[in-house]
Design a protein around this ligand. Structure first.
Ligand code: FE2
Length: 249
Protein backbone atom coordinates (compact mmCIF):
# COMPACT_ATOMS: atom_id res chain seq x y z
CA UNK A 1 0.00 0.00 0.00
CA UNK A 2 1.05 3.57 -0.57
CA UNK A 3 0.44 6.32 1.95
CA UNK A 4 0.99 10.07 1.55
CA UNK A 5 2.09 12.12 4.54
CA UNK A 6 2.50 15.84 5.01
CA UNK A 7 2.31 18.58 7.64
CA UNK A 8 3.10 22.18 8.46
CA UNK A 9 0.62 23.57 5.99
CA UNK A 10 0.34 26.76 8.04
CA UNK A 11 -2.76 28.11 6.28
CA UNK A 12 -0.92 28.33 2.96
CA UNK A 13 -3.81 27.14 0.81
CA UNK A 14 -2.19 27.46 -2.66
CA UNK A 15 0.67 25.25 -1.42
CA UNK A 16 -1.82 22.71 -0.04
CA UNK A 17 -3.81 22.72 -3.28
CA UNK A 18 -0.64 21.97 -5.28
CA UNK A 19 0.30 19.11 -2.94
CA UNK A 20 -3.20 17.63 -3.00
CA UNK A 21 -3.16 17.72 -6.81
CA UNK A 22 0.11 15.73 -6.83
CA UNK A 23 -1.14 13.29 -4.19
CA UNK A 24 -4.32 12.64 -6.18
CA UNK A 25 -2.17 11.62 -9.17
CA UNK A 26 -0.48 9.02 -6.93
CA UNK A 27 -3.89 7.86 -5.64
CA UNK A 28 -2.63 6.65 -2.23
CA UNK A 29 -4.45 4.26 0.12
CA UNK A 30 -4.41 6.86 2.90
CA UNK A 31 -3.41 10.46 3.55
CA UNK A 32 -1.87 11.30 6.92
CA UNK A 33 -1.43 14.77 8.39
CA UNK A 34 1.51 15.62 10.66
CA UNK A 35 0.15 18.75 12.35
CA UNK A 36 0.25 22.54 12.05
CA UNK A 37 -2.66 23.10 9.72
CA UNK A 38 -2.70 26.75 10.75
CA UNK A 39 -0.52 29.62 11.99
CA UNK A 40 1.61 32.08 9.94
CA UNK A 41 -0.60 31.97 6.82
CA UNK A 42 -3.75 33.72 5.56
CA UNK A 43 -6.17 30.88 4.66
CA UNK A 44 -7.03 28.90 7.83
CA UNK A 45 -10.66 28.25 6.83
CA UNK A 46 -9.91 26.95 3.34
CA UNK A 47 -7.01 24.88 4.65
CA UNK A 48 -9.06 23.24 7.40
CA UNK A 49 -11.97 22.46 5.07
CA UNK A 50 -9.59 20.79 2.60
CA UNK A 51 -7.87 18.78 5.34
CA UNK A 52 -11.22 17.67 6.79
CA UNK A 53 -12.14 16.35 3.37
CA UNK A 54 -8.99 14.42 2.47
CA UNK A 55 -7.11 13.40 5.61
CA UNK A 56 -7.42 9.82 6.88
CA UNK A 57 -5.89 10.62 10.29
CA UNK A 58 -3.76 13.40 11.68
CA UNK A 59 -2.03 14.79 14.74
CA UNK A 60 -2.11 18.14 16.52
CA UNK A 61 0.70 20.63 15.80
CA UNK A 62 1.86 23.29 18.23
CA UNK A 63 0.19 26.12 16.28
CA UNK A 64 -3.03 24.07 16.13
CA UNK A 65 -2.74 23.46 19.88
CA UNK A 66 -2.29 27.22 20.38
CA UNK A 67 -5.47 27.94 18.42
CA UNK A 68 -7.56 25.53 20.53
CA UNK A 69 -5.93 26.57 23.83
CA UNK A 70 -4.06 23.32 24.44
CA UNK A 71 -0.55 24.73 24.68
CA UNK A 72 0.94 27.78 26.34
CA UNK A 73 1.90 30.29 23.63
CA UNK A 74 2.96 33.08 26.00
CA UNK A 75 6.64 32.60 25.12
CA UNK A 76 6.04 32.61 21.33
CA UNK A 77 7.07 35.83 19.68
CA UNK A 78 4.43 38.51 19.16
CA UNK A 79 3.83 38.04 15.42
CA UNK A 80 3.29 34.28 15.84
CA UNK A 81 0.89 34.82 18.76
CA UNK A 82 -0.96 37.47 16.76
CA UNK A 83 -1.69 35.05 13.89
CA UNK A 84 -2.63 32.21 16.26
CA UNK A 85 -5.17 34.48 17.99
CA UNK A 86 -6.42 35.83 14.64
CA UNK A 87 -6.90 32.22 13.47
CA UNK A 88 -8.94 31.35 16.58
CA UNK A 89 -11.19 34.36 15.86
CA UNK A 90 -11.47 33.54 12.14
CA UNK A 91 -12.34 29.82 11.97
CA UNK A 92 -15.81 28.31 12.36
CA UNK A 93 -16.92 26.05 15.21
CA UNK A 94 -16.67 22.98 12.95
CA UNK A 95 -13.14 23.88 11.94
CA UNK A 96 -12.22 24.44 15.60
CA UNK A 97 -13.69 21.01 16.45
CA UNK A 98 -11.60 19.35 13.74
CA UNK A 99 -8.41 20.73 15.32
CA UNK A 100 -9.61 20.03 18.85
CA UNK A 101 -10.17 16.34 18.05
CA UNK A 102 -6.62 15.74 16.79
CA UNK A 103 -4.39 13.75 19.17
CA UNK A 104 -0.68 14.21 19.89
CA UNK A 105 0.27 10.85 18.46
CA UNK A 106 -1.30 8.38 16.04
CA UNK A 107 -0.23 4.80 15.37
CA UNK A 108 -1.01 2.82 12.22
CA UNK A 109 -0.44 -0.88 12.91
CA UNK A 110 -1.63 -2.69 9.86
CA UNK A 111 -0.86 -2.24 7.09
CA UNK A 112 2.11 -0.08 7.89
CA UNK A 113 3.59 -0.27 11.38
CA UNK A 114 4.22 3.45 11.55
CA UNK A 115 3.63 6.35 13.88
CA UNK A 116 2.84 10.04 13.44
CA UNK A 117 3.66 12.92 15.76
CA UNK A 118 4.25 16.61 15.09
CA UNK A 119 7.51 17.01 17.02
CA UNK A 120 9.53 14.32 18.76
CA UNK A 121 7.38 11.30 19.71
CA UNK A 122 9.27 11.08 23.03
CA UNK A 123 6.91 13.55 24.76
CA UNK A 124 4.76 14.74 21.85
CA UNK A 125 2.85 17.36 23.84
CA UNK A 126 6.18 19.15 24.46
CA UNK A 127 6.85 19.65 20.73
CA UNK A 128 10.61 19.05 20.88
CA UNK A 129 12.27 19.42 17.49
CA UNK A 130 13.97 16.59 15.63
CA UNK A 131 16.94 18.36 14.11
CA UNK A 132 19.82 15.92 14.19
CA UNK A 133 21.23 12.72 15.58
CA UNK A 134 21.34 14.15 19.12
CA UNK A 135 17.54 14.44 19.19
CA UNK A 136 17.24 10.94 17.71
CA UNK A 137 19.41 9.43 20.47
CA UNK A 138 16.92 10.72 23.08
CA UNK A 139 14.28 8.52 21.43
CA UNK A 140 15.96 5.40 22.85
CA UNK A 141 14.15 6.33 26.11
CA UNK A 142 10.86 5.42 24.39
CA UNK A 143 12.17 2.78 21.99
CA UNK A 144 9.52 0.14 22.90
CA UNK A 145 6.79 2.56 21.79
CA UNK A 146 8.36 3.46 18.47
CA UNK A 147 7.37 1.84 15.20
CA UNK A 148 9.34 0.66 12.21
CA UNK A 149 8.86 4.12 10.68
CA UNK A 150 8.19 7.23 12.75
CA UNK A 151 6.98 10.23 10.76
CA UNK A 152 7.34 13.74 12.20
CA UNK A 153 7.11 17.37 11.09
CA UNK A 154 7.69 20.61 13.04
CA UNK A 155 11.24 21.46 11.89
CA UNK A 156 10.10 22.22 8.29
CA UNK A 157 13.14 20.28 7.04
CA UNK A 158 13.30 16.91 5.28
CA UNK A 159 15.54 14.29 6.89
CA UNK A 160 15.79 10.58 7.48
CA UNK A 161 17.48 9.01 10.49
CA UNK A 162 18.06 5.40 11.46
CA UNK A 163 18.29 4.20 15.06
CA UNK A 164 21.06 1.70 14.54
CA UNK A 165 21.09 0.35 18.13
CA UNK A 166 23.24 0.85 21.26
CA UNK A 167 21.85 4.41 21.51
CA UNK A 168 23.40 5.32 18.17
CA UNK A 169 21.78 7.21 15.29
CA UNK A 170 22.81 7.99 11.73
CA UNK A 171 21.42 10.47 9.25
CA UNK A 172 20.68 8.94 5.86
CA UNK A 173 21.44 10.80 2.64
CA UNK A 174 18.10 11.59 0.99
CA UNK A 175 19.48 13.35 -2.10
CA UNK A 176 18.21 10.51 -4.32
CA UNK A 177 14.71 11.37 -3.00
CA UNK A 178 13.71 7.71 -2.96
CA UNK A 179 15.08 5.60 -0.11
CA UNK A 180 14.63 1.92 0.64
CA UNK A 181 14.45 1.57 4.42
CA UNK A 182 16.04 -1.88 4.82
CA UNK A 183 18.03 -1.01 7.94
CA UNK A 184 16.44 -3.55 10.32
CA UNK A 185 15.93 -0.82 12.93
CA UNK A 186 13.45 2.02 13.55
CA UNK A 187 13.76 5.03 11.27
CA UNK A 188 12.57 8.59 11.82
CA UNK A 189 11.37 10.48 8.76
CA UNK A 190 11.11 14.28 9.00
CA UNK A 191 8.58 15.16 6.32
CA UNK A 192 9.27 18.82 5.51
CA UNK A 193 6.57 21.47 5.24
CA UNK A 194 3.78 22.11 2.77
CA UNK A 195 3.30 25.79 3.47
CA UNK A 196 6.44 27.14 5.13
CA UNK A 197 9.60 25.22 4.05
CA UNK A 198 12.81 26.29 5.79
CA UNK A 199 15.47 24.22 4.04
CA UNK A 200 16.18 26.76 1.32
CA UNK A 201 13.89 25.11 -1.22
CA UNK A 202 10.68 27.16 -1.50
CA UNK A 203 8.65 24.33 -3.02
CA UNK A 204 5.98 22.59 -0.93
CA UNK A 205 7.08 19.24 0.53
CA UNK A 206 5.42 15.91 1.27
CA UNK A 207 6.41 12.25 1.43
CA UNK A 208 5.01 8.92 0.31
CA UNK A 209 5.59 5.55 1.95
CA UNK A 210 5.24 2.31 0.02
CA UNK A 211 4.70 -0.32 2.73
CA UNK A 212 5.30 -3.31 0.39
CA UNK A 213 8.54 -2.07 -1.15
CA UNK A 214 9.55 -0.31 2.11
CA UNK A 215 10.37 2.82 0.16
CA UNK A 216 10.04 6.41 1.37
CA UNK A 217 9.95 9.07 -1.32
CA UNK A 218 10.49 12.78 -0.69
CA UNK A 219 8.46 15.04 -3.02
CA UNK A 220 8.64 18.79 -3.76
CA UNK A 221 5.96 20.72 -5.63
CA UNK A 222 5.93 24.24 -7.07
CA UNK A 223 3.00 26.53 -6.29
CA UNK A 224 2.06 30.20 -6.69
CA UNK A 225 4.09 31.74 -3.85
CA UNK A 226 3.17 35.34 -4.81
CA UNK A 227 -0.50 34.57 -4.27
CA UNK A 228 0.26 33.80 -0.62
CA UNK A 229 2.64 36.76 -0.23
CA UNK A 230 -0.09 39.09 -1.55
CA UNK A 231 -2.84 37.64 0.64
CA UNK A 232 -0.66 38.04 3.75
CA UNK A 233 -0.22 41.73 2.81
CA UNK A 234 -3.91 42.20 2.03
CA UNK A 235 -4.96 40.84 5.43
CA UNK A 236 -2.25 42.87 7.17
CA UNK A 237 -0.74 39.79 8.76
CA UNK A 238 2.99 40.01 9.57
CA UNK A 239 4.59 40.47 6.14
CA UNK A 240 7.63 38.33 6.80
CA UNK A 241 5.40 35.25 7.04
CA UNK A 242 4.64 35.74 3.35
CA UNK A 243 7.91 37.17 2.09
CA UNK A 244 10.10 34.44 3.61
CA UNK A 245 8.30 31.90 1.41
CA UNK A 246 10.15 33.20 -1.66
CA UNK A 247 13.45 31.86 -0.34
CA UNK A 248 12.20 28.86 1.59
CA UNK A 249 13.65 30.04 4.91
FE1 FE2 B 1 5.20 24.24 11.85
Amino acid sequence: MIFALFGDVHSNFPALEAVVKEIKKISPDGIYFLGDAVGYGPWPKETLDQLKEIVTEGVLGNHDAGVVGKTDISDYYDAVRYVINWTTDTITNDQYEFLDMLKYIHVVDNPGNFLLSHGSPRMPERYDYIFGCKSIRKLYEVEPYLKEVNFVGHSHYMNLFAMTGSEKAVEIDISTQEIEIDYGCPVVCVCGSVGQPRDGDPRAGFVTFDTDKKVIKFHRVEYDIEKTVNKVKELRLPRSFGERLRNGY
